[in-house]
Design a protein. Structure first.
Length: 401
């Protein structure tokens, strides 16, 4: 491949965990990939370091104040162009020279740039699953309208896409996503009320950003992924399931109507699905080693125990309810996880906040994006109030904490 045919990549969320893995993939394939734009919320010094080492031309900082400071202090290299605010992220996502936009921004802040990238006909490599849970209908419509490709980065969904490839959709009975079970999969249930932020962030298999690590401990992550799978692969709720698989080596199982299953296996490293999304047209030498079958290992599977993971049960119900219910689930979960990470609420309060919000925000079938965004805002405000009450009752009931 000549340098002129390299795929030009824009990476939103470059300073995060997915961002790090994506940079490793890009650095390993200088003949195939070129990084032309990077963005984050506020980490200007890390963006500057990436811009220098990868010779990136465009840098965006979403936080206006941080962008202003970076411009005043000249913290990004002189030959880069600095873009500011959400507008700046959209400018990067629609750069005429970009071929693929990787959205790896935590939560739903990447929605507008993702929609803009699709409208501009760019391939969208999507890590931020929350975007599909919030607005799957409108994201999929945007992709259909422009003919742009939506390439899953989430390891399970990248695996499903591979297993489905070449099979008529009517042949597929079910898609089963695997879940590691997170930090507390073997933890005594009666002690879950005492777990700390540090406990929840100790994931057994994956090294990831804090929000998704907590979502893995509650299994909200797998719930979000079932909804993500529904949108990506056009599945009915009854066709999406999950199973606990503690080794995180099998990423999905696709069951066909004749009872045969296909599985996809790789070591637990995000470089595998990221590379598939950035270079979707052919398999290329991997960054990390393949599984070593000369070493003994086992694979086990067990059903999800919903009494351990109430948020998984809520997410499944949410998926069945449809309409804006998944958006309410996602918004309240984001607010509650942030409160837990800030030390304002206990671990078990996360599911209480989500349950309360689901019961207090009415659902409907959305016909436009603004109505979904309004529900998202309403759910966030109700969830935030519930967090305040939860924090207040914690202080009253245990003054020593
Ligand atoms: P991290 O917390 O490690 O990184 C988050 C990134 O998002 C940082 O670059 C951060 O910038 C940036 N960011 C946060 N808010 C904004 C904003 N408003 N505008 C622009 N950028 C912003 O998260 P992860 O990399 O773990 O996860 C990113 C996404 O990928 C999530 O949606 C997650 O669910 C998904 N995902 C992650 C996996 C993983 O292995 N980590 C696996 C599958 C999916 P800054 O550093 O400046 O704050
Ligand atoms: Mg995943």
């Amino acid at each position: 491949m000549s340098l002129r045919s390299r795929r030009r990549v824009v990476l939103l969320g470059a300073t995060g965990s997915i961002g790090e893995s994506a940079l490793r993939v890009i650095a390993a394939h200088p003949d195939k990939l070129e990084l032309i734009g990077i963005a984050s919320r506020s980490n200007a010094s890390r963006l500057a370091a990436i811009a220098s080492s990868h010779r990136v031309r465009h840098v965006a900082i979403a936080d206006e104040a941080a962008a202003k400071l970076a411009a005043e202090e000249g913290s990004v290299p002189r030959d880069t162009i600095l873009h500011a605010g959400e507008r700046g992220l959209i400018e990067l996502a629609t750069l005429p020279e970009a071929d693929v936009v990787l959205v790896a921004v935590v939560g739903t802040a990447g929605l507008a740039p993702a929609l803009a990238a699709l409208a501009a006909g760019k391939d969208l490599a999507l890590a931020s699953k929350e975007i599909l849970v919030l607005a799957g209908k409108f994201v999929m419509e945007a992709a259909r309208r422009s003919g742009a490709r939506l390439l899953p980065v989430d390891s399970e969904h990248a695996a499903v896409a591979q297993c489905l490839s070449g099979h008529p959709r009517n042949d597929v009975a079910r898609v089963i996503l695997t879940a590691s079970g997170g930090a507390f999969r073997d933890f005594p249930l009666e002690k879950l009320s005492q777990v700390t932020r540090a406990d929840a962030l100790r994931h057994p298999n994956w090294s990831m950003g804090p929000k998704i690590t907590v979502d893995s401990a509650t299994l909200a992550n797998k719930g979000l992924e079932l909804i993500e799978a529904q949108w990506l692969f056009g599945l009915k709720p009854g066709q999406c399931a999950a199973v606990i698989h503690s080794q995180s080596i099998v990423h999905c199982l696709v069951e066909f109507v004749d009872g045969v299953m296909l599985a996809q296996l790789s070591p637990p490293s995000m470089t595998f699905p990221i590379q598939r999304a950035l270079l979707p047209d052919s398999a290329t030498r991997g960054v990390d080693h393949a599984l070593d079958l000369m070493k003994q290992f086992s694979l086990d599977f067990k059903p999800v125990d919903e009494s351990r993971y109430p948020l998984y049960r809520l997410a499944r119900k949410t998926m069945e309810a449809g309409g804006v219910t998944p958006a309410i689930f996602n918004a309240s979960n984001e607010v509650a996880v942030e409160a837990f990470l800030d030390g304002r609420i206990d671990f078990l309060a996360i599911s209480d906040v989500v349950d309360h919000t689901l019961q207090n925000v009415p659902s409907f079938e959305p016909t436009d994006l603004p109505s979904v965004l309004a529900i998202d805002a309403e759910a966030r405000s109700i969830a935030a109030e519930r967090c305040r009450r939860s924090a207040g009752s914690r202080i009253t009931s245990s003054p020593s904490r």
